[in-house]
Design a protein around this ligand. Structure first.
Ligand SMILES: [Zn+2]
Length: 261
């Protein structure tokens, strides 16, 4: 699953490719994407200039001249593929944006879980989102306020996009390992000193664990994580075997010895 740095990088590629340019047509190439963006909606995109591209959390927004917004989300393994309108589409392309200058942006996604939707002017295309995971003001004080009423375990809370926007399964686990906090610790009961370590760990992980999108399950990449996908392997800090537990429907990896509640 793309984490925030990968989505940021993808958004910047998209921005460089489309900002200030005009859409010739938008097409969908998969049933679920066609449901999200029916032909009648896609037709309204023709001849629209893309005035601004931005990212909020893992959401990517293309703001159009008429005030409407094209909203894209990669989900598990989407990505942008830059091509030309005279080239054949890739077999995993789910939607494509043809520009009037002959360039084309393909929403490429082998699992077809990504999304693309059109929101009319005045409509908010985003769900409730918390502070950006890479925002410098995400510190102990911010975390204490954001977690004060959260009685659930910290790992799913960190992944709640309404609490922190852009933190996914991998980085939440890695940040908790760095901060030596158990994924099962009750969110509201973590001390300010440990929240300071957690904030630092989140920033460290986002700045340092940057890697190519969609390659998380490769062994060579797995070896670069401390806990994620490392069940049974030794913790690099204390040698204890990394454990995997289910939390909120996802796998959580952690060191049962040096990460405390
Ligand atoms: Zn350990």
């Amino acid at each position: 699953m793309p984490e925030l740095p990968e989505v940021e990088e993808a958004m910047q590629r998209l921005r460089a490719a489309v900002e200030g340019r005009t859409i010739a047509k938008v097409s969908t190439h998969h049933a679920s994407h066609e449901r999200q963006l029916p032909a009648a909606s896609a037709r309204r995109l023709r001849q629209q200039k893309i005035v601004r591209v931005e990212r909020r959390g893992k959401h990517q927004l293309l703001h159009l001249e008429n005030g409407s917004t094209l909203h894209a989300h990669f989900r598990m393994n989407g990505d942008w593929l830059m091509s030309r309108t005279d080239q054949p589409l890739d077999k995993f392309t789910r939607a494509s944006i043809d520009l009037t200058d002959g360039s084309r942006i393909e929403l490429h996604d082998s699992r077809a879980l990504s999304s693309i939707k059109l929101h009319a002017k005045g409509e908010n295309p985003l769900p409730k989102l918390g502070i950006e995971a890479n925002d410098a003001s995400l510190d102990a004080d911010h975390l204490r306020a954001a977690l004060s009423k959260k009685r659930g375990p910290i790992k799913p809370t960190l992944m709640d996009q309404a609490v922190i926007a852009g933190l996914g399964n991998i980085y939440a686990a890695e940040a908790l390992w760095r901060a030596k906090i158990s994924p099962r610790a009750i969110s509201s009961s973590i001390s300010p000193a440990r929240l300071a370590k957690l904030a630092e760990a989140i920033h460290w992980v986002i700045e340092n664990e940057n890697r190519a999108p969609g390659r998380y399950t490769d062994t060579e990449n797995r070896d670069r994580f401390e806990v994620y996908d490392r069940e049974g392997l030794p913790c690099s800090r204390c040698g204890t075997k990394i454990k995997r537990i289910p939390q909120a429907g996802r796998s959580t990896y952690f060191c049962p010895k040096c990460q405390r509640s």
